[in-house]
Design a protein around this ligand. Structure first.
Ligand SMILES: [Zn+2]
Length: 389
């Protein structure tokens, strides 16, 4: 059987930690349902102890969104765990995610705890969370800057205390695909319980490698990927889940894994997240940006018109975008211009095109994009020259 990869969406928790983003409870409910319908296996609905609104949002999502697991976040602190327990008391699929930092910089500068104290805390908080929840996910925060042997001790402590999902966060976007893969190989070798639990990854994009790191981890034994829609999140953001889903689809041959995402719902969901987060989608954003299925230069347009696969590795329809576009500009060739004129209803011979194209070039040199209206004016100029001659 092909390995299944779970998608863990934290748009509503880590995504909301983006500067300037604040979803209303109503928006969170709408987004959670759309994310579940897209195919996420788990939604991290919030951090209930953080605020009254976070608590209410987690509670409502837990009650109402039933076609995926709903998880609440807690530090290794009793009152945080109690808040998740209360918020998800009526949730049919409620789960808990507890975390504590394990790296030397976090232990010394933030927690003021030594290794032994951190291990004691992990044991206490995972056991306590497991009293209320069958499924407990544990994260050693800043795992990628933690001593590897201590990371093994921390993870084994969590598993023995009842955690059935171990998430490896690259909290600061510090690692790279080779190193992350090697870390997973090390964990597999040194944790006898590795196959008994689900290994997850949570990557940040500080060096632009969040998606690549997450996919490298899958190649080395992870079976859950955490991330957000449009890659929103702290600082440079999280792994963009739509990128992971598209990569697994386009490169099925390489990854050889499956997931339950309905890729055709991607664009609609990305637009909704963009609208609710008030963060426009950059034009060059992979998978969903406005330029991703647009071809302007002559060589590309020519190839694309002959066979779309020359310059597109995935179809716009596969991610829910209606069609590709071939915007006309100064680099466009006569094939693309002729194709567009035909679309507008003009009957053009190749002799005509020899006269039309220089006029097009003159216009295109003056402006970034030549619109349909510009083309009509170009045709009027062309028809005048024909009448004169
Ligand atoms: Zn994060």
């Amino acid at each position: 059987m092909t390995k299944q990869i779970q998608f863990f969406d934290t748009t509503l928790r880590d995504g909301e930690q983006t500067i300037g983003v604040n979803f209303s409870i109503q928006d969170k409910l709408i987004l959670a349902q759309k994310i579940a319908d897209w195919g996420a296996d788990v939604i991290e609905a919030g951090f209930p102890v953080a605020s009254e609104n976070d608590f209410k949002a987690v509670r409502q999502i837990g009650k109402n969104v039933t076609n995926c697991n709903v998880i609440g976040l807690a530090r290794c602190v009793k009152k945080d765990i109690d808040a998740v327990t209360q918020a998800l008391a009526d949730a049919p699929t409620g789960q808990i995610h507890v975390f504590i930092a394990t790296s030397p910089i976090h232990r010394e500068a933030k927690l003021h705890m030594d290794q032994a104290a951190v291990i004691k805390k992990i044991n206490e908080c995972v056991s306590y969370a497991h009293k209320s929840f069958e499924h407990v996910e544990f994260s050693p925060e800043d795992a990628t800057r933690t001593e590897w042997n201590f990371l093994v001790t921390a993870i084994r402590t969590a598993i023995n205390a009842g955690a059935d999902v171990i998430n490896i966060p690259d909290t600061t976007g510090y690692t790279n695909p080779d190193e992350f893969g090697a870390l997973f190989d090390y964990l597999k070798e040194n944790i006898p319980e590795f196959d008994r639990v689900t290994f997850s990854v949570h990557c940040h994009n500080d060096l632009g490698m969040a998606t690549a790191n997450a996919l490298a981890a899958v190649k080395h034994g992870a079976s859950r990927i955490e991330g957000t829609i449009n890659g929103i999140g702290e600082r440079a953001g999280n792994t963009a889940l739509e990128e992971v889903a598209a990569a697994m689809d386009v490169r099925k041959d390489f990854y050889q894994v499956e997931n339950q995402v309905d890729l055709t719902k991607t664009y609609e969901l990305a637009k909704l997240v963009s609208e609710k987060s008030k963060m426009p989608i950059p034009h060059n954003k992979p998978i969903i940006g406005a330029n991703v299925f647009a071809h302007e230069s002559g060589i590309h347009q020519d190839g694309f018109l002959k066979n779309h696969a020359t310059y597109e590795i995935l179809t716009p329809q596969s991610v829910g975008i209606a069609h590709s576009s071939i915007p006309l500009g100064k680099l466009s060739g006569s094939h693309a211009v002729a194709a567009k004129l035909k679309q507008l209803g003009y009957q053009i011979t190749s002799a005509d095109m020899h006269k039309i194209f220089p006029i097009f070039k003159q216009v295109a040199d003056q402006q970034a994009i030549v619109s349909a209206e510009d083309l009509r004016q170009i045709m009027q100029r062309f028809e005048k020259t024909v009448q004169k001659s």
